[in-house]
Design a binder for this molecule. Sequence first.
Ligand code: PLP
Length: 448
Amino acid sequence: MTTESNDLYRDLEHLVSHRTTRAELAAGIPIIERGLGCKVWDTTGKEYLDLVAGVTRPVGVGYGRKELAQAMAEQAEKLCYFTPMQYSNPPAIGLAKKLASLLPGDVNEVFFASSGSEAVESALKLAKQHYYYKGEQKRYKIIARRGAYHGQTMGALSILGSVHPMRQVMEPAVPGAVFVDPPYCYRCPWKQSYPGCDLLCAETVKDAIEFEMPDMVAAVIGEPIMQGFGALAMPKEYWQRVREICDHYDILLIVDEVITGFGRTGTMFASEALGLVPDIMTMAKQITSGYIPLSAAACRPKVTEHMPAFLHLHTWGSHPVACAVGLKNIEIIENEGLVARSAEVGGYFLAALKELETHPLVGEARGTGLWCALDLTSDKTTRAMFAPADHPGPSLVSRAREKGLIIKMMGPALEFAPPLVISKDELDWAVSVLDEVLSEEENARGLV
Ligand SMILES: Cc1ncc(COP(=O)(O)O)c(C=O)c1O
């Protein structure tokens, strides 16, 4: 380790790391200092293949893209910042117009913020202000799903259904969140099998609305593919039924595409593949491929039609530098055909992951485009989840990291979301490492 690297490890004690335990810090976390394509290097010079695009999955076009650095520098020199309130700027207008051309149906009004949580927060405020100005001020409840992840600001946190106690330790949160069971076919909460299940998962949304009183419900929110259980897609009919239910009760449907947007799942937005037109859609992450923070909440004109103004404001909203990067990033995604690539290479990746289903630890390999997962189980017959203390995820993640492969654990699963530019050779190598670490773990547990 170099002296500079040693200094960084010593100085790390001044940095509050996000959701990192004292034990993890004591064991030593990698300090990543540069990246190129799908690879990153830490301060000790160790090279990693990044199979999760920066771990929170934004880096769609890959690391080290000079075009994006240049777009950023040019805009910073021309106009670094100006308020989004009662003024505007060309990159923000240009990006809003571009998004309107890509978003489904008439979702064509775009509000820019900086993080996915802020996009969700903005979506919730759009929904509440929609009903406020329509004269239906009793509507404040939000139907969300167990296992959902929507972010960490207080509104977004209130509808967080993930197993981590991040919401629970912060309660009381914003009132009005109502949770329903998720459409998790591999471990169906109703012990049914699709398609003979009458989509009970969708009907539970209707039951919750009825129980909570329809005229008190503002919105239903969901990720089109859920991250909480590991890249969990659900039947298209689920979303069509949820859309019908929302229409029936005049409740807004918010689709959270913070992860799925911009080609992650093989279409520009996951809603497109589902034939779904949300009333409000959130996006972030791959909107700039992680080169600069930017997020958006977009809506259909009917959402804002009664509002004299959307009463919401962030200093960094419609940031010209971020929007310039967003525009250039979408240009790269389009010019390089990365959306179609995600579908094609994702299919190749999933086929290879399916071969790992022979491992005793692997219950189900699944994926949509370049968002895939291996759902792990302690019993392939009952599909039982591992108890948290016995979960092989942390050990598998660290075994893979030792070998230079970055993956992540997500709920019961291992999750993969590489940059959309990843090559088949890189994926082949990644799958061979996964095969190896699964065997090592199974040996250590006496399973083989
Ligand atoms: C679906 C979804 N919504 C919202 C968020 C919150 O985004 P951020 O971490 O940028 O605030 C995330 C983050 O992973 C997400 O996956």
